[in-house]
Design a protein around this ligand. Structure first.
Ligand code: MSP
Length: 645
C-alpha cells in the first residue's frame, strides 16, 4: 500500500491579480508534491481561494457586480495562472463552494454547542483592508501591524472562540513536537509574542457585512474569516460534508506551507480549533519568507508587484520555477531582481545544464552516429564524478525532506558542473582522433549521459517540462528517469541511442532584456491601478428588469457615518411621505453637504442591509470607472417618487 502525503498552500484572496509572491509558495508546494509522487506517495496537493469577507464585498460593490460574480471572474484568472505555472494540484477548494459552506456551518454550530464558541461584545482596533481586529499592544505606531494602514475603533456583538483555553495545551504540544513549526525562529516568535503575553479569545463572527457563511443559529452574523478559511484544509477532504470521502485517508496534513505573516493563524488558531474539534494536528507548518521587490513586500498598493505571466512569456515556465526555488532559501525573505533572474538562467540553465546536454548529445552523434557501442574502458579519473552521481539522490533527498529546495538544487548542479569539468579533463575530441580509444570515448560519453540522467530526473519536480525534454534527448525511458533509477548509476543501456533536440535554454542578452523588462513590468515608483475588467453579466428577461424599482429621491439630509472613511448616510424623500435612510460608500467622491437638495435615483426594493451598525434601505445609483464615480443626478424638476422605467 502506498504511503500518503498531504500538502497545502494557503487559500488565496481573490481580491487582486496574483503576483509572483503568491506564485512562489504555489511553485514550492508543487515541487514538493511532484517529488513525493516521484517517490511513490499517494499525494493530496490542495490549493484554492478564500473568497468571503468585507474586502471582497466592497470591491464587488465598487465594480458594480455581486460578490459571487466578482470572485468568479478573478478565480478563473487564478486557474489560468496555475495552469501556466504547470501546477499539479489534486484539488482546488473555493470557500464559496456549497460543500465547504455546509461544513463551516456545522463546525461553527458544534463549537458553539460544546461551549468553545460564545457570544460577547467586541471592542477593538479594526483594520478594514485586512479585516483584522487588533489589540492596542499589537499595533505598530498606532497602525495595523500587517499592512501599516490606519485602524478604526469598532465595537459589535460577536461570537468568540475560546482560544485562551488552549494556551497551555499549545505550549505542551510545541514542546512535544519541536518540529511542528519551521523554521525554528518562527516558533520562538509565536511563543514569545503571542502565547506568553496571554492568548485572547478570538472574534469569529461579524455583523457589519453579509458576504460570508451565515451562522446557522443566529443569521445576523456571518462566520469571520479565519474559521472559514482555516477549515478548508479539512472540508476539502470531506469533513462535515458528503462531497469528498478522503478525510480518513489524508488527515492529518503532512505540511501546510504558509507565508510568514499567516504563521500565527496556522500555528496557534488552527491547532486550537483542531484540538476543540478533537482532531489530530498537522505534521508541520512551514512559514516561508517573502519575496520582496526593491526591499519591500510586494503589494499592489505599493505598485511593486512582479507579474509572473510576463516572465513566463519571455523565459518559459521552468526558468521561472527554477529561479524562485534556487535563488532564495525557502525560510527567509528574498529580494527579486530581473538581473538575478537573467543571470541564473544564463549561468545555471543555459551554460551548465543546457550546454552539458547539448555537448554530450552532439558528441554521441558526431563520434558514434547517435548510438554508443557497448565496450567500456574505465579510468580512475572517472571515480570522483561517479561517486558524486551515486551519492546525489541521497543528498538531494536529505535536503528535500527539510524543504530546503535551494540546497537540493545546489546538490544537483554540483554534479552538472562537475560533469562539465569532466569533459575538459577527458577531452573527448582528443580521444576521438584515435580509433583505438573509441571504447574509452564511449565510456566518457556514457558517464556523462548517466550524470545527466540522474541530475535531470531529480530536476523533474522543479522543471517538469525541461526534464522531459532532456529525457527525450538522452533516449531514457520513463522508468530510467524515475526515483528508483535516480539512486543507481548505470541504468541507461550500454548501447543507448540519443536524439538531438533544441537547446534547453537559449542564452539571454542581459542588457537588452533588462531594458525590455523594465518596459513590460510595472515600475516600482509608478503604481498603476489595474481595474479588473467588468465581467459581462448574464442576460435577464424584460420581466426581470421590470422588477427593479428605481425611484427618484430628493436628498433631505446627508452626513458622514462616524468612524467610517467610506460611508455617507442619506435621509431621502422618496415621495412616500416617510424619509428613507440609505448608506452609500461614496464619501471619497462627494462632500456630504454638497449633496443636500440633489435629485438622485435609488433602487428601493432591495432587502435592508446593515452597514457599520446602521440600516440602509436601498442603493443609490452611480456610474463608476477606474477611480471616478458619479452619482446619477436628475433635473430638479423631476418630482420625488417618480419611477424610472
Ligand atoms: N487567505 C489568506 C490565507 C488563508 S489560509 C487558510 C491569505 N491570502 S493571501 O492571498 O493574502 O496570501 C496567500 C499567501 O501568499 C500567503 O501565504 C502569503 O504569505 C503569500 N504571499 C503573498 N505575497 C507574498 C510575497 N511577496 N512573497 C511570498 N509570499 C507571499 O493570506
Amino acid at each position: 500500500m502506498s504511503r500518503k502525503f498531504y500538502i497545502s498552500t494557503p487559500i488565496y484572496y481573490p481580491s487582486d491579480k496574483l503576483h509572483i509572491g503568491h506564485t512562489y509558495c504555489t511553485v514550492a508546494t508543487d515541487a514538493m508534491a511532484r517529488y513525493k509522487r516521484m517517490q511513490g506517495y499517494d499525494v493530496m496537493f490542495l490549493t484554492g481561494t478564500d473568497e468571503h469577507g468585507q474586502k471582497i464585498q466592497q470591491k464587488a460593490e465598487a465594480a458594480g457586480v455581486t460578490p459571487q460574480q466578482y470572485v468568479d471572474n478573478i478565480v478563473s484568472g487564478i486557474h489560468d495562472l496555475w495552469k501556466l505555472m504547470n501546477i499539479s494540484h489534486d484539488r482546488f477548494i473555493r470557500t464559496t463552494d456549497d460543500y465547504h459552506v455546509e461544513s463551516i456551518k456545522k463546525i461553527f454550530t458544534k463549537l458553539y454547542e460544546q461551549g468553545d464558541i460564545y457570544k460577547g461584545k467586541y471592542t477593538g482596533k479594526y483594520c478594514t483592508p485586512c479585516e483584522s481586529f487588533w489589540t492596542e499592544s499589537q499595533l505598530v505606531d498606532g497602525k495595523c501591524p500587517d499592512c501599516g494602514r490606519e485602524v478604526i475603533d469598532a465595537e459589535e456583538e460577536a461570537y468568540f472562540f475560546r482560544l485562551s483555553k488552549y494556551a497551555d495545551r499549545l505550549v505542551e504540544y510545541y514542546e512535544a513536537h519541536p518540529d511542528f513549526l519551521e523554521p525554528p525562529s518562527r516558533l520562538n516568535e509565536m511563543v514569545n509574542n503571542f502565547i506568553k503575553p496571554g492568548l485572547e479569545d478570538l472574534c469569529v463572527s461579524r455583523t457589519t457585512f453579509d458576504w460570508g457563511v451565515p451562522v446557522e443559529f443566529d443569521p445576523g452574523h456571518v462566520v469571520y474569516v479565519w474559521i472559514d478559511a482555516l477549515s478548508n484544509y479539512i472540508t476539502a477532504l470531506g469533513y462535515g460534508n458528503d462531497k469528498y470521502d478522503d478525510f480518513e485517508k489524508y488527515w492529518p496534513a503532512d505540511v501546510h506551507f504558509v507565508g510568514k505573516e499567516i504563521v500565527r493563524f496556522h500555528s496557534i488558531i488552527w491547532p486550537a480549533m483542531l484540538m476543540a474539534l478533537d482532531l489530530p494536528l498537522p505534521g508541520k507548518v512551514y512559514g516561508h519568507g517573502w519575496l520582496k521587490f526593491g526591499g519591500d513586500k510586494m503589494s499592489k498598493s505599493k505598485g511593486n508587484v512582479v507579474d509572473p505571466v510576463v516572465l513566463v512569456g519571455r523565459y518559459g515556465v521552468d526558468a521561472l520555477r527554477y529561479f524562485l526555488l534556487r535563488e532564495f532559501p525557502f525560510g527567509s525573505d528574498g529580494n527579486f531582481t530581473n538581473e538575478a533572474l537573467i543571470s541564473r538562467i544564463n549561468s545555471d540553465l543555459a551554460n551548465d545544464l543546457g550546454n552539458l546536454l547539448s555537448r554530450t548529445v552532439a558528441m554521441v552523434g558526431k563520434y558514434f552516429g547517435g548510438k554508443l557501442p557497448v565496450e567500456r574502458v574505465a579510468d580512475p579519473i572517472d571515480d570522483e564524478l561517479l561517486t558524486m552521481a551515486k551519492e546525489l539522490r541521497g543528498k538531494y533527498e536529505e535536503q528535500m525532506e527539510k524543504y530546503a529546495f535551494q540546497n537540493a538544487l545546489i546538490e544537483v548542479f554540483k554534479l552538472i558542473s562537475r560533469a562539465n569539468k569532466y569533459i575538459d579533463e577527458t577531452a573527448p575530441w582528443v580521444l576521438a582522433k584515435d580509433e583505438a580509444n573509441k571504447p574509452r570515448l564511449a565510456t566518457v560519453l556514457y558517464n556523462l549521459l548517466e550524470c545527466l540522467r540522474i541530475g535531470s530526473s531529480l530536476l523533474t519536480p522543479f522543471m517538469p517540462e525541461t526534464a522531459e525534454k532532456a529525457r527525450a534527448q538522452m533516449g531514457a525511458s520513463a522508468e530510467e528517469f524515475g526515483w528508483e533509477a535516480a539512486g543507481v548509476f548505470g541504468k541507461l543501456p550500454l548501447d543507448v541511442a540519443v536524439v538531438k533536440g533544441d537547446a534547453l535554454f537559449p542564452r539571454i542578452d542581459m542588457e537588452k532584456e533588462l531594458a525590455e523588462l523594465a518596459a513590460a513590468q510595472v515600475p516600482a515608483e509608478e503604481p498603476k491601478e489595474e481595474e479588473p475588467p467588468m465581467p459581462k453579466l448574464p442576460d435577464i428577461t424584460f420581466d426581470e428588469f421590470c422588477k427593479v424599482e428605481m425611484t427618484v429621491c430628493k436628498v433631505i439630509a446627508c452626513e458622514n457615518v462616524p468612524k467610517s472613511e467610506k460611508l455617507l448616510k442619506f435621509q431621502l424623500d422618496d415621495g412616500s411621505g416617510e424619509p428613507r435612510q440609505i448608506l452609500s460608500g461614496i464619501a471619497k467622491y462627494y462632500k456630504a453637504e454638497d449633496l443636500v437638495g440633489k435629485t438622485l435615483v435609488a433602487v428601493t426594493n432591495l432587502p435592508p442591509r446593515k452597514m457599520m451598525g446602521q440600516m440602509s434601505n436601498g442603493m443609490l445609483l452611480s456610474a463608476e470607472k477606474g477611480d471616478k464615480l458619479n452619482l446619477l443626478m436628475l433635473d430638479d424638476s423631476v418630482p420625488a417618487g417618480s419611477r424610472l422605467c
